[in-house]
Design a protein around this ligand. Structure first.
Ligand SMILES: [Fe+2]
Ligand SMILES: [Fe+2]
Length: 210
């Protein structure tokens, strides 16, 4: 039987994936960042990394929004644990991407992220878990598209590895949210989940360019 108990302080079910992106060494990160700085990264990949950086900045704010609006102890522990991983992802993306290549719309992505966390938190734990399920389902696909385009033995092998490990963290976040959510979801929540998915997709399209 599936354990649907909200996470406890001692429950670190995804701890083995926390900071998993750290598998790529600092020297490799520096080399990748130098590539980006010297325009050695293909245009499409730079655009994807810009959207990844924007997405991780948004993800940090989703969990900050949840923490600002929710008093539920289980939700707060869930958000604190995930926030730690998202801060690590953001730190990695900041190391990878020179300032000049980053999205110009960071304040927008941060605000949208905060609202994506805070609004469902006002409606309770199930709305939060359903929202995270939708967000991370989208992010899993987004990372997979990039991984599929990169040669596992090519010039960007280390970057591909980093993206795969970040993707694994997002899958763990999705699965944890799915585990704690109720199966029964009303029409309003279903509409909100659709909006979150469509909004994430639109944000990526915009962040690739601006
Ligand atoms: Fe992330
Ligand atoms: Fe995540």
């Amino acid at each position: 039987m599936t354990d649907t108990t909200p996470p406890q302080d001692s429950d670190r079910s995804h701890s083995d994936t926390d900071k998993a992106c750290g598998v790529v060494g600092a020297d490799q990160l520096t080399a990748l960042a130098a590539n980006a700085d010297n325009h050695q990264i293909p245009r499409w990949l730079l655009a994807e990394l810009r959207s990844d950086h924007a997405g991780e900045a948004g993800a940090v704010m989703i969990y900050r929004g949840i923490l600002a609006a929710s008093k539920d102890p289980g939700v707060r522990r869930f958000a604190r644990d995930h926030l730690e991983t998202e801060l690590e992802h953001l730190r990695l993306m900041e190391q990878l991407l020179p300032q000049s290549s980053r999205t110009a719309l960071l304040p927008l992505w941060r605000m949208m992220g905060w609202l994506t966390g805070a609004l469902p938190a006002l409606f309770g734990a199930n709305a939060v878990y359903a929202t995270i399920d939708s967000v991370e389902t989208f992010v899993d696909t987004h990372y997979q598209e990039q991984v599929d385009r990169l040669d596992p033995e090519g010039k960007f092998k280390a970057l591909r590895e980093l993206l795969v490990r970040c993707q694994q963290d997002e899958i763990a976040h999705r699965d944890e949210a799915r585990q704690f959510a109720h199966n029964k979801r009303g029409l309003l929540l279903a509409c909100w989940q659709w909006l979150v998915g469509a909004g994430s997709s639109t944000a990526v399209k915009v962040a690739r360019r601006f």
